[in-house]
Design a protein around this ligand. Sequence first.
Ligand code: PXP
Length: 241
Amino acid sequence: MPRLGVNIDHVATIRQARRTIEPDPIWAAALAELGGADAITFHLREDRRHIHDRDARLLKETVHVKLNFECACTKEMIDFAIELKPTDALLVPESRQEITTEGGLNVVAKQSDVRRAIERLHSAGISVSLFIDPDIAQIAAAQSAGADSVELHTGSYALAKPGPSRAEQLQIFRQACEVTVKHGLQLHAGHGLTYANVRLIAQIPEMRELNIGHSIVSRAVMVGMSQAVREMKALVVTADE
Ligand code: PXP
């Protein structure tokens, strides 16, 4: 059974919509732990559009399960990771224009940069995962760069229409999972997983961790909405008592 890593970035996205103090991703991480999260995952982006440095430091102090620090493979971020000392560093590609991490890291093209980053993180005792497309050449490159695990990008599977095209993407994904395990890498997956599509990925026998964010934060807003309104309504209707 894979671990469930809960990505809390979009709690911070809501906070940053007003640049205020709520909702606090630190509270969300604690509640996710109470709900059974096996890991808390967050992405400190170069533009600090959601998670901020303060969040990263407080998460390190308060999270009691595995802590996954997702970041670009840049000197600034690798230095930050070495100071923070999360359980895992999850290296991803990053571009300022993208709405979310769009494709996997091109480890084939950036082999020597990635290898150097992994060596630095390993010497600080941090395990390294690479977010890559379910592609055989990328998996082989991740192994030769010295990664401990890879997170295979589930976006093509998640975006495919249910039916033959989803089945085809699942088949491609499963083959990549087998190749990952044959290369001696721990198998993780994520991106675009939802309550509707997660089970076929969670069933893959060698799967060790799933990282899921947007769908869980979206569900939390919906299942919490009536309670939140009841509490505000009670304040409004009793205001002159
Ligand atoms: N894994 C990685 C590497 C990601 O960049 C993201 C998105 O932040 C996720 C998993 C979670 O994706 P989603 O928000 O679509 O569940």
